[in-house]
Design a binder for this molecule. Structure first.
Ligand SMILES: Nc1ncnc2c1ncn2[C@@H]1O[C@H](COP(=O)(O)OP(=O)(O)OP(=O)(O)O)[C@@H](O)[C@H]1O
Ligand SMILES: [Mg+2]
Length: 264
């Protein structure tokens, strides 16, 4: 489970460019729940994911993963709990390393000791088996540099890397945004599979309302650093894209009015 309570984060405080990005964000996610996250540019979605992964520390509030208080832990300390796939296919993999070296790095995530230079034979077999699930023929290209792969292939490998070791949370930040529609659909299908198999508690940020409703079992909307909409169950099952869009517009309008009132 993931429990975020009253998260606050202000960039450049006390300067003319002060930016209050997280403004009291509360969200509780049960173990195994798959939540899609929508919200306009600058709503604080990536910042929230950075706060969960420990890539940034919040100013105040608390964050629990699986009952553990990780609020003050850095990314390295949380690495065994959180796996992540970014929007940019280049961000999640190391271009200069081979496919198997990248997978070996993911295999070591959250561990103190390295594997040594050689990738052990049994690991290679495991990687081959995992890669074959992708049906991209990558199981025969273990020693190819990952820089040679297309964006979609890299995202597929990134997902595999994120799910290689059991983790508590999977964070997906617009991870199909840079892909063509067909490849995006493939990576999304793979996402559903990986989440279901690993029973992962998942947050998936997307700008596609269609994706937000078609994947996972709950949708939340962030606006100005807070959760302003939270739909699941029957209500969500009955929703279509126009309903969600209407809610998106209405909620944004209301939130802006609320803020204006507070300021006024
Ligand atoms: N490290 C940082 N330093 C200063 N400002 C930052 C930093 N990271 C994010 N911001 C600012 O915080 C705000 C929220 O950014 P964030 O990336 O969380 O938005 P987002 O909801 O992910 O938007 P998008 O849909 O465009 O990805 C933006 O105004 C952004 O410029
Ligand atoms: Mg973002």
């Amino acid at each position: 489970m993931m429990h975020a309570k009253g998260l606050l984060k202000t960039f450049n405080p006390g300067t003319p460019i002060e930016n209050r990005v997280l403004r009291g964000l509360d969200l509780h996610i049960e173990t195994g729940q798959f939540v899609t996250v929508i919200g306009s540019n600058g709503a604080g979605k990536s910042t929230f994911l950075n706060a969960i992964s420990g890539d940034l520390l919040v100013d105040s509030g608390s964050l629990h993963l699986d009952g553990q208080d990780v609020t003050r832990q850095n990314a390295w300390q949380r690495a065994g709990l959180v796996a992540r796939v970014f929007q940019d296919p280049m961000a999640g993999t190391c271009e200069a390393l081979t496919i198997e070296e990248n997978l070996a790095l993911a295999w070591q995530r959250g561990e103190r000791r390295g594997l040594g230079r050689a990738v052990k034979a049994e690991l290679r077999e495991l990687f081959r088996e995992k890669l074959s699930i992708l049906k991209l023929g990558l199981e025969n290209r273990l020693t190819d540099r990952i820089g040679l792969l297309s964006g979609g292939q890299r995202q597929a490998v990134s997902l595999l890397m994120a799910s290689l070791k059991p983790s508590r949370m999977l964070l997906l930040d617009e991870h199909t945004a840079a892909l063509d529609p067909k490849t995006a659909a493939f990576v999304l299908e793979l996402t559903d599979q990986v989440v279901a198999e690993g029973k992962l508690t998942t947050l998936m940020v997307t700008h596609s309302m269609r994706q937000a409703l078609d994947h996972g079992d709950r949708t939340v909307m962030l606006h100005q650093g807070r959760v302003v909409l939270d739909v699941s169950g029957e209500e969500r099952a009955r929703m279509d894209v126009p309903d969600l869009l209407a809610m998106f517009e209405r909620t944004r309008g209301e939130a802006i009015t609320d803020d204006a009132l507070l300021l006024g």
